[in-house]
Design a binder for this molecule. Structure first.
Ligand code: PLP
Length: 355
């Protein structure tokens, strides 16, 4: 059956994204999408980009987008790379900074894609266990490695590492690139962008998919020393020079410029997160303090898998990971207040009826 497949593809286990169910009425809290719409200015800018200019290839360097990011983050535009979602940028990183035979480090519980990319690109890895409380122990990331990838805040735990600990880790690994995936940083925690001028081995990755309500647009950024950015450009220009189309570039610029809508919805999500955390704890759930737009939670006696399945019956989709250490947790995206109330009522109902 597989006679035409490469050995790599025969052996690999691809990443499995959360379901994208099509049924009509459901509460979708399984892929950390933002429940609120993108800024109206983003939609306007994208409509305005639908012209006969689409005949032309887009700006491969995303110059205006990088300049807008530069104004917002205070990093020179030539130290910023824009890509088709941060997953694509992460994949480029594996080709840009690691060779087959290299060994990189990432936590035992983190974003699954790091493992998938390592396998795809033939890069070896060692996982560093999180502490019992799911904290990243910075000192465990010793110098004996060819690279480090950390999601900060981490996913799916929702916990952050302090800037101080991160700096220690970056400092003690000057021989290798340290990639900080800040997919959730807008919801909490301290960004490491400020460390970029000090450390030429630091690469910070951002996505527009979560905090900017643009998962469907596919935009990500990488920020770091100029030579790291140049390596990413080389990889991109060996695969596809035009990863970000005209419409996406226009929408992404408008998103960065509309700071009002952005902070308004971030405020709503963090308020809902606080309220839900409190409610669930009052109902005896164990809920990890979250710096993200999701909650990691478990129940004292009902198994997460059973809860996941019972919620699904009620058309409420959350994420369950059948993986060691976290297989008794549910990861629940923060939706609107209405969605979270439906979720809360349903899970309490399930608990009550299982007694
Ligand atoms: C969602 C997520 C991404 C992927 O973001 P895209 O820009 O949509 O590709 C990357 N890293 C982490 C930790 C995420 O949770």
């Amino acid at each position: 059956m597989n006679k035409y497949w490469s050995e790599t593809i025969k052996g690999i286990t691809p990443y499995v994204p959360g379901e994208q169910p099509r049924a009509g009425r459901l509460v979708k809290l399984n892929t950390n999408e933002n429940p609120y719409p993108p800024s109206p200015e983003v939609l306007e800018a994208m409509k305005a980009a639908v012209t006969d200019k689409l005949r032309l290839y887009p700006d491969p360097n995303c110059s205006r987008l990088r300049e807008a990011a530069s104004r917002l983050y205070g990093i020179p535009a030539e130290q910023i790379f824009a890509g088709n979602g941060s997953d694509e940028i992460l994949a480029f990183c594996f080709k840009a900074f690691f060779d087959p035979g290299d060994t990189i480090l990432f936590p035992d519980i983190t974003y699954n894609f790091y493992e998938v990319y390592a396998d795809l690109f033939g890069v070896s890895y060692r996982t560093v266990p999180l502490t019992e409380n799911f904290e990243v122990s910075a000192s465990e990331f010793s110098s004996d490695n060819d690279g480090i990838i950390l999601a900060n805040p981490n996913a799916p735990t929702g916990k952050t590492l302090s800037l101080e600990d991160l700096e220690t880790l970056i400092q003690s690994n000057r021989q290798a690139v340290v990639i900080i995936d800040e997919a959730y940083i807008d919801f909490g925690g301290e960004s490491s962008i400020g460390l970029i001028p000090k450390y030429d081995n630091l690469l910070v990755i951002r996505t527009f998919s979560k905090s900017r309500s643009l998962a469907g647009l596919r935009i990500g950024l990488a920020m770091g020393n100029r030579s790291l950015i140049e390596a990413l450009i080389r990889v991109r220009d060996c695969i596809n020079c035009f990863t970000v189309d005209w419409i996406a570039q226009a929408g992404a610029i408008a998103s960065l410029e509309d700071t009002g809508t952005f902070s308004h919805y971030i405020g709503r999500i963090t308020a809902t997160r606080g309220r839900m955390t409190e409610y669930l704890r009052d109902a005896d759930f164990h809920v990890i303090d979250s710096s993200t737009n999701f909650l990691m939670m478990s129940h004292p006696f009902l198994r997460a898998k059973a809860l996941y399945e019972a919620l699904r019956e009620k058309n409420i989709f959350v994420r369950y990971f059948p993986k060691p250490r976290i297989d008794n947790y549910l990861r629940v995206t923060i939706g609107t207040d209405e969605e979270m109330d439906i979720f809360y009522d349903a899970i309490l109902d399930i608990v009550k009826n299982t007694h």
